[in-house]
Design a protein around this ligand. Structure first.
Ligand code: PBG
Length: 338
């Protein structure tokens, strides 16, 4: 029995049927918002599973092309390529070798899918250096000190190689100061005005990258706290955003995603005023946690995937990098999780 006139508002009226909920839903992620990260390992003949990333593999050249095509057919918005080389050295020379694993992968994928999706490449040295850091080490510095400006010179060369290989977007993930400006300058000087830059604007020094380091067989000892952001800080993300936009970033990103939704919201509000699109990276550790719970029967797979992507989109990311991109595109098209 209700008392006449009470309660004044009844929000449940709009939750009553699926059709009503759909009509008023503010955030519905779609496959075209999602970017699939892909790993390709030099010399592999068959794809190799990654133990800490269930469902994700290191691809061979052949299986990479197939996976790219499958992603396009599923309606995924883009691909982010990571290479795993056989040889590594102090300066990461494989990164600027035209025949290196990543540059080859870009060419292969562009040949396979052309402009049917957005082909992105990771622009960072960590997969290519023997010490596993994202840049070249300072001579005479304390062990593991990355030389910022010497690294920028390497990034400039890497950008030219990746653009020459046909990447549409370069993903600057190294967290060096000035990396966006350095790369933008190199591209402009070469006459390339079209290649877009996705800046890893607020990339935190996170434990959630652990499984990724298995995926790329990282040789890193120690950590990246001297260049990636401190999880304790939020305002600093806005400083990084101002710098990246001033230096010519086309898209800005927050990473990881789910544990950093507060950062994402702040960055998205500011970037939105400037008209710059915002991405978020649902990283390897986010996948690993959920997959472990799915395997144990503790979380419902489809609903959890859709809910995490919805939360990340709701917090302000128009673009989400996720290892579930292909599966999620199917789920979203089928209306799962509503
Ligand atoms: C660096 C890079 C990393 C990730 C993406 N680019 C690793 C790191 O910074 O240590 C992590 C992505 C993930 O965990 O899924 N090239």
């Amino acid at each position: 029995m209700s008392v006449a006139g009470f309660p004044a508002g009844r929000p449940r009226r709009l939750r009553r049927t699926a059709a009503l909920r759909d009509l008023v839903a503010q955030t519905r992620p779609a496959g075209s918002d999602l970017v699939l990260p892909l790993f390709v390992k030099e010399g592999l003949r068959e794809p190799a599973p990654i133990a800490s990333m269930p469902g994700v593999v290191q691809h061979s050249r052949d299986s990479l092309r197939k996976a790219a095509l499958e992603a396009v057919q599923a309606g995924v918005g883009g691909l982010m390529l990571f290479g795993v080389p056989v040889q590594r050295d102090a300066t990461g020379s494989g990164a600027t070798d035209e025949k290196g694993v990543l540059n080859t992968a870009i060419r292969d994928v562009v040949a396979e899918v052309g402009d049917a999706t957005v082909v992105m490449a990771d622009l960072c040295l960590d997969e290519f250096t023997d010490h596993g850091h994202c840049g070249v080490l300072a001579s005479g510095g304390t062990a593991g000190t990355v030389d910022n400006d010497a690294t920028l010179l390497r990034y400039r060369d890497m950008a030219l190689s990746q653009a020459a290989a046909g990447a549409h977007v370069l993903g600057l993930s190294g967290m060096m100061d000035g990396q966006v400006g350095a790369v933008r300058g190199a591209l402009e000087e070469s006459g390339d005005v079209d290649t877009a830059l996705l800046a890893y604007t607020a990339k935190y020094a996170s434990a959630f990258y652990g499984p990724f380091r298995d995926a790329v067989e990282s040789t890193l000892e120690g950590d990246r706290r001297a260049y990636q952001q401190d999880p304790a800080n939020l305002d600093e993300a806005l400083r990084e955003l101002a710098l990246d936009v001033a230096e010519g970033a086309d898209i800005v990103m927050v990473k990881p995603a789910l544990p950093y939704l507060d950062v994402l919201r702040r960055v998205a509000d500011r970037a939105g005023e400037l008209g710059v699109p915002v991405a978020a990276y649902q990283v390897s550790g986010e996948l690993a946690m959920a997959e472990a719970a799915f395997a144990a029967g503790w979380l419902d797979r489809d609903r959890t995937i859709v809910e995490t992507l919805t939360a990340i989109r709701r917090a302000g990311a128009g673009i989400v990098l996720t290892y579930w991109a292909v599966e999620a595109a199917g789920l979203l098209a089928a209306g799962a999780g509503r």
